[in-house]
Design a protein around this ligand. Structure first.
Ligand SMILES: [Zn+2]
Length: 203
């Protein structure tokens, strides 16, 4: 298989902000006694085209419906539980599975949108951070989405003992709270959360 259409499981190939969220989620998944299996992270456009052209099927459903995957934007991961069944480490491809459900719960807590919750084209192992720039290095008033902004607002409320409405809309109050959090950490008040600020906010 040509190198550029190989499957990639490397977390470090993802956007740095996505890496922070994924690593925190994986820590919590493991603390819950679940062994996660990363099926895929970054996907080159060549691989996306290849999968789309194949129209491969699994359990009767197409693997991909689109040429525009968030995987190619470095902001998506496919993640399932694995565990010993009859002595063999086995990947679990079952949305109803309790450990799968726990992974969905934890990934959602860290701002990932779960494909399992989509009303159409359900994509169970898929988690993504949509609508943020492929090369974005900060979450801020311009680079965010409703899932990310909700977890940031919730964390700001906890860290600063304030009461932002956790509606997922990044307005001036959210920016002001980000600046308060930055000031507390001795950083410039630029209204943005880079990878390290995001990690510190969420731990
Ligand atoms: Zn996926």
């Amino acid at each position: 298989m040509a190198k550029n259409i190989e499957q990639c499981r490397d977390i470090k190939k993802l956007n740095p902000l996505c890496q922070v969220l994924l690593n925190l989620a994986i820590d919590e998944i493991e603390k819950n006694g679940i062994t996660p299996l990363i099926v895929e992270t970054y996907r080159s456009q060549e691989r996306q085209n290849y999968l789309y052209a194949q129209g491969r099927t699994r359990e009767g459903s197409k693997i991909t419906w689109t040429l525009n995957s968030i995987h190619t934007k470095k902001n998506a991961v496919d993640l399932i539980p694995q565990r010993k069944i009859d002595g063999e480490m086995t990947a679990i491809w079952n949305t109803k599975d309790k450990q799968t459900q726990k992974i969905i719960e934890i990934m959602s807590k860290y701002g990932f949108e779960a494909g399992a919750n989509w009303s159409t084209n359900v994509d169970s192992p898929h988690f993504q951070i949509a609508n943020v720039g492929i090369n974005g290095t900060t979450f801020d008033a311009k680079n965010n989405n409703i899932f990310i902004t909700k977890i940031i607002q919730k964390a700001l409320n906890e860290k600063l003992d304030i009461h932002l409405v956790t509606d997922g809309k990044w307005g001036s109050l959210t920016t002001a709270a980000v600046n308060d959090f930055r000031k507390k950490n001795g950083w410039l008040k630029n209204g943005k959360l880079g990878a390290e600020a995001l990690r510190r906010l969420l731990v």
